[in-house]
Design a protein around this ligand. Structure first.
Ligand code: ATP
Length: 255
């Protein structure tokens, strides 16, 4: 389980999130929805300590992974990144690197040692879980950049899975893909959900309904930092929202 408690975030003196708390249960997919600029990506990046890569960025609050705060001073950055993977909007495989090497690229970066047999195993199982194995098993030595956009995104998912994370964060993972590739990624997410906790930022309300069991609706008032207006089971958020602003947003009346 991943739990954010009282997350407040700034870029310089611009506060972009105000005391955001959210529990993201294990074995479930949580969607973060809301209009542009309300802090969803910032919140997601705080969940695996990527926010601190921006020089002006700062934050307050806690992020607990199975009860341990990933921001405790003695906790290492690479441990947080190993346990909590991230897939981005635009597929970003290493284009000249082989499919095989792309999948295991994260091992070295996170200090995981593996012999050849172990690497072979991780490549096969990660590609299988990402729904790409059958399409690439005969060309593992071909460059990752030669795959289609949807295949590249599944390659990036496989790369995240190879370090065996407990959580996978996905920032609009399908927004650069066609509808068919989008459906394949959504099916992949649903299959992964039983073993990896997934948190996804999406602007696609149908996607949020298709994949997630829980949603959190973020909003920022004019000139104000973002926060969660309402969160709960996806069915309730779409079928019986408690806040008028949630109802307006999920029904496409703004954003
Ligand atoms: N690197 C940065 N430096 C300064 N300000 C930033 C930076 N990244 C984001 N912001 C600001 O933080 C606020 C929240 O942005 P964020 O990208 O988290 O919103 P979002 O809800 O994910 O938007 P979108 O849906 O468009 O991706 C915005 O006002 C944005 O301008």
């Amino acid at each position: 389980m991943l739990e954010a408690r009282g997350i407040t975030a700034w870029f310089g003196d611009h506060q972009v999130l105000d005391r955001v708390s959210l529990t993201m249960p294990a074995g479930q997919i949580t969607s973060l929805i809301g209009p542009s600029g309300c802090g969803k990506s910032t919140f997601l990046r705080i969940l695996n300590r990527m926010h601190e890569l921006v020089p002006s960025a700062s934050l307050a609050g806690e992020v607990l992974l199975d009860g341990d705060d990933i921001y405790e001073p003695q906790k290492r950055l690479t441990d947080a990144r190993k346990a909590i993977g991230m897939v981005f909007q635009k597929p970003n495989p290493f284009p000249a690197m082989s499919i095989y090497d792309n999948v295991i690229a994260g091992l070295k970066l996170t200090g995981i040692r593996a012999d050849r047999a172990r690497k072979d195993y991780l490549v096969e199982t990660s590609l299988q879980k990402a729904g790409l194995w059958k399409e690439v098993r005969d060309r593992l030595r071909a460059p990752g950049g030669g795959l289609s956009g949807g295949q590249q995104q599944r390659l990036c998912i496989a790369r995240s899975l190879a370090v065996q994370p407990r959580v996978l964060l996905m920032d609009e993972p399908c927004s650069a893909l066609d509808p068919t590739s989008t459906r394949v990624i959504e099916e992949t997410m649903l299959e992964l959900a039983s073993e990896v906790t997934i948190v996804i930022v999406t602007h696609n309300m149908q996607q949020a309904q298709r994949v997630s069991s829980q949603c959190a609706f973020f909003l920022a008032g004019a000139g104000k930092p973002g926060g969660i207006v309402e969160h709960g089971p996806t069915d309730a958020m779409f079928g019986d929202p408690q806040d008028d602003r949630t109802a307006d947003y999920v029904n496409g009346r703004f954003g």
